[in-house]
Design a protein around this ligand. Structure first.
Ligand SMILES: NC(=O)c1ccc[n+]([C@@H]2O[C@H](COP(=O)([O-])OP(=O)(O)OC[C@H]3O[C@@H](n4cnc5c(N)ncnc54)[C@H](OP(=O)(O)O)[C@@H]3O)[C@@H](O)[C@H]2O)c1
Length: 431
């Protein structure tokens, strides 16, 4: 006679977008029982008990204190969907691990900053710490890298990991509106947060690439070492000129193995129009992976939202139920080294350089001379007619050259009397 197993009891810390998504998922999927054992939420924690929500939290025990929820004997697993690298989210996760309870979290900030320490704690307690929902929402990038590609040597992961930025850049191109106008629209329609800094400043994508780089390369995440530039300075003119040259500007988060270390960074970059990353528009997320054996992989899908993110949390719950076990970041915590994000000395790139110059003879010669002296060669060149300001936009792309040399040439060009403002430098993605 088979004995019925008791349901897995979830303590849900955070009942916002993702938390409510999980409540809805479990209500709509009573047969979700990957190993013959169902899942029930027993306790929930939030900040505002009286807030009216889309789901009825009445059936669950309410905890004002998420740490008390984490320690409660009535839960078997903590699902942490509060957010933030510090504070109650971190305390609740640590408390659950110390109490030998598995943790499922969507909190990229927490893991990007404290992932190594938490992996050590989880390993010492022998409990899983799972985070599929933390990167690309419902699109299974974490499992693919941590499990599916563990037999390969991944050399590069590069992607569009922030839907808000992708929406804003796509919308600027579509509507011809400025960054500020599109951001204001996006905020009014709820596509961007009231304080958009984490998204548009590139920090959210930085958290995610710190995690993907860690699992791709078997390292520990090192958010402090991620070089981050957001999309605030992307102008419509750059989007248009890049398009004329056969590129689209995307916020690209990448982790790449290089001789002597790794580069982990987030910045606007030009992507050829026919590359799949260029075609992921709107709020989509997309990821390009290169492995020494498998070659190139491309993954695209929803990066946020209650439904997709809850599905990713459910996928982690399925791993708990089936007993699937993997080290948190691909190898045991004792062997993890921080993903070396030190700038490798001779990093190289091709670049897009846009400048506004005064309409007078000899300017272009002076610009090309500055580039030649820095040993940066020009690949293509475009000049547009003078704008109302009387300034003439010129744009060029370079062949691959040392990043230091390009930066030096930009300094020289900026100092030219005929150049009205510091040239806009955007790298061309190596994908
Ligand atoms: N939204 C997405 O699509 C998405 C996708 C992937 C990953 N994530 C990640 O998932 C996590 C949650 O995101 P979200 O969008 O669901 O956030 P959210 O809607 O702002 O919800 C956060 C929840 O945390 C609760 N909370 C805040 N401070 C608390 C405290 N001191 N004690 C207990 N509860 C507290 C809030 O309570 P009240 O409701 O009472 O204020 C709220 O229910 C974040 O780490 C986020 O990065 C989100």
């Amino acid at each position: 006679m088979t004995r019925l197993q008791p349901p897995l009891r979830v303590g849900l810390a955070g009942v916002g977008v993702v938390g409510q998504g999980l409540v809805k998922f479990l209500a709509a999927s009573p047969d979700f029982a990957p190993a013959g054992r169902t899942v029930v939420i027993t306790g929930v924690s939030g900040r505002r008990r009286d807030l009216k929500r889309d789901v009825d939290l009445g059936p669950y025990t309410w905890f004002d204190d998420a740490v008390a929820l984490a320690k409660s004997p009535d839960i078997d697993v903590l699902v942490e969907v509060i957010g933030g690298a510090e504070g109650v989210a971190r305390e609740a996760v640590e408390a659950a691990i110390q109490a030998s309870k598995p943790v499922v979290t969507a909190n990229k900030a927490l893991l990007a900053v404290h992932g190594h320490r938490l992996a050590e704690m989880a390993e010492a307690q022998g409990v899983p710490l799972l985070f599929e929902a933390a990167v690309m929402g419902g699109t299974p990038a974490v499992k693919m890298l941590r499990e599916g590609l563990v037999g390969d040597d991944v050399t590069q992961v590069a992607g569009i990991l922030n839907g808000t930025c992708n929406f804003i850049l796509s919308e600027m191109e579509r509507s011809g509106k400025s960054f500020a106008d599109v951001l204001a629209d996006a905020q009014a329609r709820g596509f961007a947060e009231a304080d958009p800094t984490t998204d548009i400043g590139g920090f959210d994508a930085g958290h995610k690439i710190a995690l993907l780089g860690a699992i791709a390369f078997g390292a520990s995440p090192n958010f402090a070492g991620v070089e981050i530039e957001g999309i605030e300075k992307v102008e419509l003119i750059d989007i248009r000129l890049a398009h004329d040259l056969g590129y689209r500007i995307k916020l690209i988060a990448e982790a790449r193995r290089e001789a002597g270390g790794a580069t982990v960074r987030v910045s606007p970059a030009l992507v050829p129009l026919d590359h799949p990353l260029a075609q992921a528009g709107g709020a989509l997320n997309a990821l390009f992976i290169e492995g020494a054996r498998i070659g190139r992989i491309f993954l695209q899908g929803a990066g946020a939202g209650a439904g997709p993110t809850a599905a990713a949390v459910a996928a982690d719950l399925a791993d708990l139920l089936t007993g699937a076990r993997r080290p948190v970041f691909q190898q045991s915590a004792a062997r993890l080294r921080p993903l070396s994000a030190e700038r490798t000395a001779n990093r190289s790139t091709a670049a897009f350089l846009r400048m506004m110059v005064k309409d007078r003879p000899g300017v272009i010669a002076a610009v090309t001379d500055a580039l030649a002296r820095a040993e940066v060669s020009i690949d293509s060149f475009l000049q547009r007619s003078a704008q109302n300001s009387g300034l003439v936009p010129i744009v060029l792309t370079t062949h691959v050259a040392s990043e230091n040399a390009i930066a030096h040439a930009v300094e020289q060009i900026a100092a030219l009397d005929a150049v009205a403002e510091t040239p806009r430098l955007i790298r061309i993605a190596k994908i």
